[in-house]
Design a protein around this ligand. Structure first.
Ligand code: DP6
Length: 326
């Protein structure tokens, strides 16, 4: 049976950086995110007795050997659960560049999990799908549920999964993703996180996350954009300070990243409510309310060196679609 899934990338407002268990991808802290409407992956999967190995293809790009290995590993988890040995034909495409801190592994492993289980005729709950997506990439578990999402770090594999706090139409926010660099990041998030405990700052950040999560959930409940935005920016900076003080240091920002961060602070001083957040790459996500999208976009256009801008709304989670890629 051939099945196709579409899954959104997600942007974390309270971020995941560091694992308590590497193999199971259990995080050191819980996190909060929003699915993105325009940044997504579509993946078609078909298992077949006629294949001698997994055939995995990325349309419009190429997977590295390590990426292929990681996808095969995720397929093995799925085959184990389903008690099948068939190899799979997997074709996938992204609406945005992978490896640039725009969360292609999140949407990718979420889409793979949904399509693969459906292709095997196995119906899993949202919680189980979130757990399998997590085994491929931690943040992928947050791309399964709808809209605004919490990933509880849990105590073991069965308790570490994501669920929806609010549906996608709860709050009309915008995530304006500014791409300043399309190159693959030099250090992957999986590799980078291995060094988290070499930072003298990691422990304090992790200890502070539960309180931040309570505060950001309160701001979501009240739709208090200023408090929400301040918490988003604060946690982004906290995570990057951890990254930058690891050995070896991980500096994902470049001059354009910094210029945009400075510009956002300046626009805010002049009365425009917009905040930034950045994942493991130089590209910047601007968070604002729908009413301010036009003004933010006008300001963004005046910044030199931007390659691409993608305006995201909050989105539904991973789901099956009927248009197959092969
Ligand atoms: C900076 O989920 O990509 O985007 O579990 O090793 O695949 P692995 O890591 P990944 O890490 C995401 C890190 C981040 C923050 C976040 O999305 O929470």
């Amino acid at each position: 049976m051939k099945k196709t899934a579409q899954a959104p990338a997600n942007i974390a407002f309270i971020k995941y950086w560091g694992k308590a268990d590497e193999e199971l991808r259990l995080p050191l802290n819980s996190s909060i995110s929003m699915n993105l409407s325009e940044a997504y992956t579509v993946t078609t999967v078909e298992f077949s007795a006629n294949l001698e190995h997994d055939e995995i293809r990325l349309l419009g790009g190429e997977f590295s050997e390590q990426e292929i290995e990681r996808i095969v590993k995720a397929l093995n988890f799925i085959r184990n659960k389903a008690h099948v040995t068939y190899f799979a034909h997997v074709v996938t495409k992204n609406t945005f560049p992978k490896g640039t801190g725009a969360a292609a592994s999140a949407s990718g492993f979420a889409a793979l999990s949904v399509a693969a289980f459906a292709a095997l005729g196995i119906e899993l709950s949202e919680k189980e799908l979130s757990i399998f997506a997590r085994l491929g990439s931690g943040s992928a578990c947050r791309s399964i549920p709808d809209g605004f999402v919490q990933w509880d770090k849990g105590k073991d594999s069965d308790t570490s999964y994501a669920y929806s706090l609010y549906p996608h139409d709860y709050w009309d926010l915008r995530d304006i993703l500014i791409i300043v660099n399309n190159d693959m990041k030099k250090v992957s998030t999986t590799e980078g996180q291995k060094g988290v405990k070499t930072s003298p700052l990691w422990h304090d950040r992790v200890r502070g996350v539960p309180e931040k999560i309570e505060k950001i959930k309160a701001s979501l409940k009240e739709k208090n954009f200023q408090t929400f935005g301040e918490l988003v920016e604060e946690d982004c900076l906290d995570m990057h300070h951890v990254m930058q003080t690891q050995t070896p240091p991980l500096v994902y920002w470049n001059n354009k990243t910094r210029a945009i961060m400075d510009a956002v602070v300046d626009w805010r001083k002049k009365g425009l409510p917009v905040y930034f957040t950045i994942d493991a790459g130089p590209n910047v996500h601007l968070i604002c309310e729908a009413k301010d999208e036009k003004t933010v976009m006008e300001r963004v256009k005046s910044v030199p060196g931007i390659l691409q801008v993608m305006v995201n709304k909050p989105a539904v989670g991973a789901r099956l679609i009927s248009a197959h890629l092969f």
